[in-house]
Design a protein around this ligand. Structure first.
Ligand code: CP
Ligand code: NVA
Length: 319
């Protein structure tokens, strides 16, 4: 099996990958998944170590990266921010330089995207974004991989995101634009996506043929959607303005009647964790239209593909 090659050193956002690179990573991850589930072991990252810095909580990201690198023959170090010298004022740049001397890759979940940029600038090993206030590239890539798996011909699809214009919405929007998918985002005006990210998506879409619709009109966005996506109304770090957010987003819930306005057979997606009764009803989440646990499981398989693509290149470079 040939490890996909990527030009970028780091994965800070989905725009660090081209459409071709994404599709190669999808193909490779699908094969890894199939063979792993059949009992085969792949030692592509034998002897390599991934440091995982977490400023915020995580279930899926932590466990899927840690298990993933173990399955590939490598080792993961879980570094909660509170347990390392970052919490006592050591700079991000110094941390990046020091860790680069020990490990072969760094995965970071940070509050501010700028922290990740600083770290990647100084680190000489690949840096992978495990979520920031602006982006969640590993999740969005997993989500389009989940769609790809259902039909590897990857026909043009429409994905509609309903809810807060947050890190998830940003990454789904940009990734869809790169892949040539149609993406609609329905959010209240005050909680729509970041202006510069919307502009970037439109600019990418003009060359890939993707159709983008950023609207406050839920029914307009949902019409014709084959995938309906949502995420929490209050992301980690936004707890302070929670009441105001919840009020503004109170209509932006995926319910059965809303799902029935989408394309027949439309599937429902959520990055999890979910807040049942807020952005999605229990009925929708538990229905056979929901593919949320497929997405969650695929974090493992897609990230194994990503780690191979980014970290094995570094291994060659080190030799
Ligand atoms: N979807 C996701 O990133 O989940 P965690 O916050 O549990 O890592
Ligand atoms: N938007 C959510 C995603 C969690 C995986 C957050 O940032 O908290």
């Amino acid at each position: 099996m040939k490890i996909p090659s990527v030009a970028a050193k780091d994965l800070l956002t989905v725009t660090d990958l081209t459409r071709q690179e994404m599709l190669e990573i999808f193909k490779f991850s699908a094969k890894l998944k199939k063979e792993t589930l059949a009992g085969k072991r792949h030692k592509f990252l034998e002897g390599l170590t991934l440091a995982m810095i977490f400023e915020k909580s995580s279930t899926r990201t932590r466990v899927s990266f840690e298990t993933g690198i173990f399955q590939l023959g490598g080792y993961a170090l879980f570094l909660s921010k509170g347990d390392i010298q970052l919490a006592r004022g050591e700079t991000v740049a110094d941390t990046a330089r020091v860790l680069s001397g020990y490990v072969d890759g760094i995965m970071v979940r940070a509050y501010e995207h700028g922290t990740l940029i600083d770290l990647a600038r100084t680190a000489t090993v690949p840096v992978i974004n495990g979520l920031t206030d602006l982006y969640h590239p590993c999740q969005a890539l997993t989500d389009y991989f989940t769609i790809y798996e259902r039909d590897p011909a990857f026909p043009r699809i429409k994905l509609t995101y309903v809810g807060d214009g947050n890190n998830m919405a940003h990454s789904l929007l940009l990734c869809g634009a790169i892949l040539g998918a149609d993406v609609a985002i329905a959010s209240p005006k005050e909680y729509t996506c970041d202006r510069s990210i919307i502009e970037r998506a439109f600019s990418i879409a003009s060359s890939t043929g993707s159709r983008i619709d950023i609207t406050t009109n839920i029914d307009q966005a949902v019409a014709g959607a084959q995938y309906l996506y949502t995420d929490v109304w209050v992301s980690m770090g936004q707890e302070k303005g929670a009441a105001k957010r919840k009020k503004a987003l109170s209509r932006y819930t995926i319910t059965m009647p809303l799902l029935n306005k989408a394309a027949p057979g439309c599937r429902v997606m959520h990055c999890l964790p979910a807040h049942r009764g807020e952005e999605i009803t229990d009925e929708v989440l538990a229905s056979n239209r929901s593919i949320v646990f497929e997405q969650a499981e695929n974090r493992l398989h897609l990230q194994k593909g990503l780690m191979c693509a980014f970290m094995s290149k570094h291994k060659l470079f080190k030799k």
